[in-house]
Each structure stands twice: as C-alpha cells, then as structure tokens.
Design a binder for this molecule. Structure first.
Ligand SMILES: *Cc1c(COP(=O)(O)O)cnc(C)c1O
Length: 388
C-alpha cells in the first residue's frame, strides 16, 4: 500500500533542516524572543514579496483579520460581507468586534465570492467586505472593488490560503485596502506554530496595528490605546525567513502537481476538477475536486492510505455558532451543494507524479465501487449553468 499524506511537512523540513536549525539557534543565542531582529526583517521581506509598502507580523491569520478590521474602525452596528464558503475565522473576525457578518453565495467556478451577490447584499450599515481567496484561487477582485468603491466599503482580503497567488498579474494581498495572511504550519508559507501578518500600503493602518498588537504601546509602558498581545513570535519569524525564498518554487511545484492531476482526471467524467478563469493564477493551497458519494469515496481513499480533507463540510451559516444570524438551509444553494461534494486531495510541493497517478486511480476505483458512476456528470453540467 502506498501511503500518501495530505501534506508532508517532514519532507519539507528535511530539505531545509540545516538552515532552519541555524536560524532557530540564532534566536536562542540572541534571546531577542519578543519582536526581535528576525521579526522585523521578516516583515520587511514579506512586504517586499507581496509588493506592498507595509507588513505587520501578528500571532495568527485570525488576529490579522481582526486587527485589520479594527484598524479601519469596524465595530458594533457595522455589517461585514463575506462568503458562506470559507473557514469560520473570516466571519469570527467581524463577530468578535461586535460587527455582524453578512454572508453571500459563491461563484460556481471560482468557489469564491460572487460579485453580483455582494452588490445585492450591501445595506446602509455595510462597512467592509472580506473577499476570501479560498484554496489559493483569487476572488474576482475587479468587480468586487467596483462595488466597494461605489458604496465606500473597506476591502480586507483574506489571503490566508493565497500566499503568492496572482490576479491578472498582481499578487493577492495588494488588491484591497489591507490583507490578512496566516502562517499556520500547513499553509503555503507555514511556520512551526501559529503566525500571521497584515499587509497594507496604508502607513497609518500599519502603525495602528503595530501598536495594537503590542499592548497598545507607542513606547515601552506608554499605552495609547487598549491593545492586545498579538505579536508574531521571533522564532517563527526566523523560520519563515528561511522558507520565504522558496515560496515561489513551492507554488510552482503545486501548480505543476495540479496540472498533473487535471491531466490524469481529464478522461474521468465523474470528477469535476478545478478550472479557473483566465488571469486567476491559483497558489493551489488546496486541490479540490467534486464527486458524488463524496463520503464513500473519501472512506475508500482513507482505507487505501490516502489522506484527504473537506474544506469545508459545514458552511458558515449552518454552523451552530452562527444560528443567531438567522440564515435558513437553502440560503446559499451553491455553497450548500458543494459542501456535500467537495474533496481536497493530497497537495504539496514534494508530491510525486507517481503518487498523483495513484490517487487518481483510487478516486476512479472508489467512484466505481460506490456506484456513483455517471451521477457526477450532472454535477459537471450544473457547474456550467448560471445558478441564480
Ligand atoms: C487558516 C485560515 C484562517 C485563519 O488563520 P489562523 O492562522 O489559523 O488563525 C483564516 N481564513 C482562512 C481562509 C484560512 O484558511
């Protein structure tokens, strides 16, 4: 049996072990653990990578989203629009500030915010929109930014899965007012623990977040606002500095692996593979297919030692934590239908062509065994229909 993990962090560590160990040792020798040298150097390097003026390192992607919204004054009474198909932290960032997350359905091809649905959801209380570049594929930013401009909305990109993706040539993280990144270990750029960053061109916003993440201090023991402890750990920054120069190569490898999956799946009509519009260059944080009888297919793969994921099995509006928002089942038909069919296959830079071929064969076998044969064709057709 060929065991294939969902991500292979040990394989990546092996290629960089000496450098990472040296970077960690360096911090321990300096003992500059809190906002040390590597923390500020990483901020400068990641800002440059994104093509943004400022980067503020924080302790998670969730904190990055929350601090970005807070910096723009989002709070009680405000509405923040995002999609029903995202990781729950996108919506939590609005909720913890006392704002109300307002959800919209997704575009059937990108699985991201449908700009037309965004326009329809704007009210006089809407203050911000959080487009999510889910799976590493950019949201359709041009029409989203048009809506935002018309209604004077702040745009915070949730780029937690999209380090190095591009939208018509521009890096995600530079398309709105500010962007949130996560360095959770399994992300395209992952630390060895939690980490995150806010990226922005706005010097005032960067300064606010810098003070807010560090106990509201403008200087030591001088607290100009009620702050938090949301600092990026220096050890994590040191590790991220070793990894950042490899990010583009890793993303290229992910894209190559996605193309290999696409090719092997091409003659299987029962599998819907990702296919993004011209100009949307995914960083393939995840390679997500759609199949009928998804749970049975997943069980078969699991038995064969192939680890998969579901991103995400329960849409935001159907989460117990969000029953108070009052959305009914059926509110977001595309998100809900996809939640039953989506399956994230193993995806990482070190994945071999042989492993990909094996996964594709086993997906095919699983579909035959679960008598799902033929059923997913309707899914494929539905995907091309304009669902309204
Ligand atoms: C990972 C992730 C987050 C949260 O990041 P953490 O670092 O885990 O707090 C937010 N949004 C999306 C889309 C994510 O994938």
């Amino acid at each position: 049996m060929m065991r294939i993990p969902f991500v292979d962090l040990p394989a990546q560590y092996e290629t960089l072990a000496d450098e990472i160990n040296a970077a960690v040792t360096g911090v321990m020798k300096r003992c500059d653990f809190i906002l040390g040298k590597d923390a500020s150097l990483f901020e400068a390097e990641f800002a440059e990578y994104c093509g943004a003026k400022h980067c503020v390192g924080v302790d998670s992607g969730t904190s990055a989203l929350e601090l970005a919204l807070r910096a723009y004054g989002i709070g009680p009474g405000d509405e923040v629009i995002t999609t029903a198909n995202t990781f729950v932290a996108t919506a939590f960032a609005a909720s913890v500030l006392g704002a109300t997350p307002v959800l919209v359905d997704i575009d059937p091809q990108t699985y991201n915010m449908d700009p037309a649905k965004l326009a329809a959801a704007v009210t006089e209380r809407t203050k911000a929109v959080i487009p999510v570049h889910l799976y590493g594929c950019p949201a359709d930013m041009t029409p989203i930014l048009d809506v935002a401009r018309r209604h004077h909305l702040i745009v915070i990109e949730d780029a937690c899965q999209a380090h190095g993706a591009t939208y018509h040539g521009a890096r995600t993280g530079t398309l709105g007012h500010a962007a949130a990144f996560s360095f959770y270990p399994g992300k395209n750029l992952g630390a060895y623990g939690d980490g995150g960053a806010v990226v922005t061109d706005d010097a005032e916003i960067a300064r606010f977040i810098r003070v807010c993440r560090d106990q509201g201090q403008s200087e030591k023991y001088h607290h100009v606002m009620v702050g938090h402890n949301h600092r990026l750990d220096t050890l994590q920054a040191a590790i991220l500095r070793v990894k950042l120069p490899h990010l583009d190569d890793w993303n290229d490898a992910r894209r190559r692996n996605a193309a290999i999956y696409d090719e092997f799946f091409a003659d299987n009509p029962n599998v819907v593979t990702p296919s993004y519009p011209e100009g949307f260059q995914s960083a393939y944080h995840l390679y997500v297919i759609r199949v009928k009888n998804r749970d049975a297919v997943r069980k078969h793969l699991d038995e064969q030692g192939i680890a998969c994921g579901i991103h995400y099995p329960i849409p935001i509006h159907l989460q117990p934590a969000y029953q108070h928002l009052g959305y009914m089942r059926g509110a977001f038909p595309i998100t809900e239908a996809y939640a039953d069919d989506i399956l994230s296959l193993p995806m990482y830079a070190e994945l071999t062509e042989e492993a990909i071929q094996h996964v594709v064969q086993e997906v095919g076998l699983a579909i035959e065994r679960t008598s799902g044969k033929g059923m997913a064709v309707s899914v494929k057709n539905a995907m091309n229909q304009q669902v309204t």
